[in-house]
Design a protein. Structure first.
Lengths: 251, 427, 271
């Protein structure tokens, strides 16, 4: 097996560009074989590894401001809460890529990781996945479907990383071409609001964007070192990073 | 009592009085019904999955985890009494030891039962033993509770074999005798295991860095909740024992343990509770002033949502902590049966409230700046499964009381009628 | 968990965790195995009969554990701490030397002075042919009357003192009569013959110190009658057993509604 320098995959989401169209959510579901919601599913029991949330500043009339915030797994790097709590090592932080991986085949469904996650970015399969007849042909062969009773979450489209690695290996190269590995949400975003890449790579766009003065992370003070960044020129939006900085409402 | 109504006479120890078989069956009937409903609910959850509950992605833990934490705390009387009797040599408490073991066995097996329904894939429960994450509090809990349930079973078996009919078999009698000889070893192992898993259950929440309401600093790998849980469990265990024994005395109309044992249980509970209240107050102050602000959460923000006001904390530490501690420590109120039981009940409610706050309030409170405050109401399947454990406990305890020597001093105290009222025949 | 399982690493946490876990597991398993092995040994060596007696003795109410010296009036109050094993009681001689103060009247029952009595209501008589005859004493015989069934040991079987002697059944009540002494069963009798067993007892085992005799017997009978009166009187129809009253024959038939299970358990010292 080839060896490659340790990477730290992360993303920067420009909230000023996000239109809230939801293409990222749809692309995510299609890529990762997320079944259509069960008839009895509610917003609280659905599967949305990528979830666009609508947030307002609470103002009325001309003072009202709104923003769409896509929330996904932040791939926390320091004492990753979900990794440390899982009783049977079904969650791991891949040191080679910085991706927090969920292994549904080892998951017991105890949901302790869900209570540990500050971002509510983990989802439980409350029902068995079911596809309408014929739709099963649209399934992505590169991603295993998950059964009822296990937890899942965003893994930066890990299947695509494997494909890129296979391609590089076939070509005899040690390193993958960054252009070959982009998660589905990044690809689907019409306004190119999401920048993805290796935060360790000094030349990467994602690294530059993450260090921009407008960029911030959600709940960074918890100390878990999330690798998903947000950016906005609007001060009230940047204020959403931490709790208690200003009055906000969900739209 | 006419012996003809005791169809099961041969299974009941000589010299103890038990109610007629028909009356006993009538007492069990409603509990069996509740058990049946609970079993049906459990079947629904196991067969159709956890979509049968009202839990969701935010309330990933619900009523059941509250139940588990609560009954394991209340069941702490089992290991702690064993510890006091066999390791501290407090012989007086032998009067309640058997009852404590049965209660412990019920609490722990009940908790295991509910945990098996609560996980999404129960058939994978053994994965924790095969691929344990040694950094997870839940791993420690799983290992310790499984081992301790085996220990409790080994402590329960000698009692079971002391049944009048079973002890007729020579091999049972010999095994009972030999196992009983080794019980101090089991008590020591039980103490070690209980110490860790009671703590780890607290640690379960204390380590949640992502939930500033629950997160606590601590010593080494253990957050402060680890120690607080041990302390609260052993403080409440004796109270729960006193309360249940008193309840059995009321139901059966018989004196089962001498008053001095009640006094002793009350005093132990009171001392530990006072110590706990002090530790919990210090912990709360440190958390409000240091731990929580350090991660960007204003101290009082946690108490500004819905019903979860500051009164909840006041009730937990004051009404259900300081008050019972005072009542149990002041000799006058401790000497009064009524006050002693009131204090024991308050202490038990206190531990329930503490577990409720930690399990439910933690999940209800928002973390992200744009999060909502959420509540959840358990549905009938969850409540019925809760009822399943309660019914299972009452039935197993009733059977144990009827057929096994739970209270060694029962015969000696047989003449004493507990109240001034008539001598009701016991069940 | 185990070295070799996918994902296992030897870290400090693993070593500590596994060490504690395996130590606990081994202790639990060892305890269980030890208890099973010892129990197996007890059953094989028939020590279980002794264990049973000691367990039963522990469960006896204090009134049924009265020391023989109290029965004889040599001491005000004393409860036996040694399971009636007067042969090994360190304080036996001290009390035995005291003067006796007990009734000499056997309440109209037949307690010949040439017999020794076991607290479980069996008697022992040394015969001239060297054998030892064992029977049910008068009080127990009067209670039971004619038993529905008698289960006697096989000839050649070895009986342990305080172990099971024989069994009686009457009106659905199962009774186990304890063997008063150890010995080999040579011959078996019946209620009609007035005796149940003839035992061959090796000379070195002919120690009868634990059996009641002489002035101890009336004191014991008095307490037993008191117990019977206490346990039978709530029935209302009970004949008076007060001083001077005679215990009728076949009381179990006379008072079918009494709690005989409890009464006979007390008579034969078992739960």
């Amino acid at each position: 097996m080839k060896t490659q320098k340790p990477r730290r995959y992360g993303m920067v989401i420009d909230l000023d560009r996000c239109t809230g169209c939801g293409a990222c959510m749809t692309a995510c579901a299609a890529e990762n074989n997320v079944a259509p919601g069960h008839a009895k599913a509610t917003p609280r029991t659905g599967l949305t590894p990528m979830l666009v949330q609508r947030v307002s500043n609470g103002g009325a009339g001309a003072d009202r401001r709104e923003v769409f915030i896509p929330v996904t797994c932040m791939h926390c790097e320091h004492e990753t809460p979900c990794v440390t709590v899982c009783p049977q090592q079904a969650v791991e932080l891949d040191k080679a890529t910085g991706i927090v991986n969920q292994m549904p085949q080892r998951c017991l469904g105890c949901r302790y990781c869900m209570t540990a996650c500050a971002y509510h970015a983990r989802y439980f399969n409350w029902w068995d996945p079911e596809w309408p007849v014929g739709m099963e042909r649209t399934l992505n062969p590169g991603v295993a479907v998950r059964m009822r009773g296990v937890v899942e979450k965003c893994n930066f489209c890990h299947g695509r990383l494997h494909e890129a690695e296979d391609k590089a290996a076939a070509a005899g190269k040690a390193e993958i071409d960054p252009a070959d590995y982009r998660p589905a949400c990044v690809e689907a975003c019409a306004t190119q609001a999401i920048v993805f890449g290796d935060l360790n790579d000094p030349a990467s766009d994602v690294r530059k964007a993450s260090r921009h003065e407008d960029s911030f992370r959600l709940l960074a003070r918890l100390g878990t070192e999330p690798k998903v960044y947000y950016r906005s020129k609007q001060e009230w939006v940047r204020g959403l990073a931490e709790r208690g900085q200003q009055e906000v409402r969900r739209g | 009592m006419a012996s003809s109504t005791l169809i099961d006479r041969r299974f009941i120890a000589r010299g103890v009085e038990r109610t007629g078989t028909a009356r006993f069956a009538m007492w069990l009937a409603p509990w069996v019904l509740l058990l049946g409903v609970g079993l049906y609910a459990a079947y629904l959850c196991l067969y159709y999955g956890l979509n049968q509950t009202n839990m969701d992605n935010r309330f990933a833990f619900g009523l059941w985890i509250f139940l588990d934490l609560s009954i394991i705390a209340l069941g702490a009387g089992a290991f702690f009494t064993g510890f006091l009797v066999y390791l501290i040599k407090m012989k007086e408490l032998k009067a309640v030891l058997n009852s404590a073991v049965v209660l412990g066995f019920i609490c722990y097996s009940g908790a295991m039962l509910v945990l098996a329904i609560d996980v999404g894939q129960p058939a994978r429960a053994w994965f924790t033993f095969w691929h344990p994450n040694t950094h997870s509090m839940l791993t420690e809990v799983t290992f310790c509770i499984s081992c301790y349930l085996v220990v409790l079973s080994l402590e329960y078996i000698p009692m079971l074999l002391k049944n009048r009919k079973l002890r007729q078999a020579p091999s049972f009698l010999a095994f009972e005798h030999q196992l009983h000889m080794l019980v101090p070893v089991l008590a020591a192992v039980g103490t070690l295991l209980s110490f860790f898993h009671q703590g780890s259950l607290g640690g379960l929440y204390g380590v949640l860095r992502g939930r500033p309401f629950a997160f606590r600093e601590g010593f080494s790998i253990w957050p402060s909740t680890f120690f607080l849980f041990i302390l609260s469990a052993i403080a409440v265990g004796p109270s729960f024992l006193a309360l249940t024994t008193r309840l059995v005395e009321k139901v059966t109309g018989k004196a089962l343990i001498p008053d001095s044992v009640y006094q002793r249980l009350g005093l132990i509970s009171g001392l530990l509770l006072a110590f706990y209240v002090a530790a919990k107050s210090i912990d709360t102050l440190v958390w409000l002033n240091v731990t929580s602000p350090a991660v960007g959460f204003a101290p009082w923000e946690h108490y500004s949502y819905g019903q979860f006001g500051i009164w909840l904390m006041a009730a937990e530490i004051g009404l259900f902590g300081l008050v019972p501690a005072g009542l149990l420590l002041w000799p006058k109120t401790r000497a009064s049966r009524g006050w002693l039981m009131t204090a024991a009940a308050l202490a038990c409610c206190g531990v329930l409230l503490n577990r409720f706050i930690l399990t439910v309030q933690t999940l209800a409170l928002p973390t992200l700046a744009f999060d909502e405050f959420m509540t959840y109401t358990p549905n009938w399947q969850e409540v019925a499964t809760f009822g399943l454990v309660v019914a299972y406990g009452v039935i197993l305890y009733s059977l144990s009381y009827r057929y096994l020597p739970l209270f060694p001093q029962e015969k000696e105290l047989a003449g004493e009628v507990i109240e001034e009222g008539t001598h009701v025949s016991g069940r | 968990m185990f070295p070799g399982v996918d994902g296992f690493h030897w870290t400090f946490a693993h070593v500590i965790f596994l060490a504690i876990f395996f130590a606990v597991g081994m202790t639990i398993v060892a305890t269980t195995v030890l208890a099973i092995w010892r129990a197996h040994r007890d059953v094989k060596t028939r020590r279980v009969e002794q264990l049973r007696w000691h367990a039963e003795f522990e469960d006896l109410p204090p009134a049924e554990r009265t020391c023989r010296h109290e029965l004889a009036g040599r001491v005000e109050h004393r409860t036996c701490p040694h399971a009636f094993a007067c042969g090994t009681c360190p304080e036996y001689s001290k009390y035995a030397a005291l003067p006796t103060d007990a009734p000499e009247y056997a309440f109209g029952m037949d307690y010949p002075p040439n017999r020794l009595y076991h607290r479980g209501h069996s008697w022992v008589r040394e015969d001239e042919d060297g054998l030892v005859t064992v029977g049910l004493d008068d009080l127990a015989s009067r209670l039971v009357g004619k038993p529905d069934a008698v289960v006697l040991p096989e000839k050649g079987q070895w009986l342990e003192a305080n172990g099971t002697g024989w069994r009686l059944r009457k009106n659905g009540c199962e009774m186990r009569v304890m063997a008063p002494i150890a010995g080999e069963v040579v011959e078996t009798g019946s209620p009609a013959e007035g005796w149940y067993l003839k035992l061959r007892v090796p000379p070195e085992m002919r120690q009868w110190r634990h059996l009641l005799r002489g002035g101890e017997v009336p004191g014991w009978l008095m307490r037993e009658l008191e117990r019977l009166q206490l346990q039978l009187s709530p029935e209302g129809s009970a004949p008076s057993l007060a001083d001077g009253g005679m215990l009728v024959d076949g009381l179990m038939d006379q008072m079918p509604k009494a709690d005989w299970d409890n009464v006979m358990g007390g008579t034969f010292l078992q739960s």
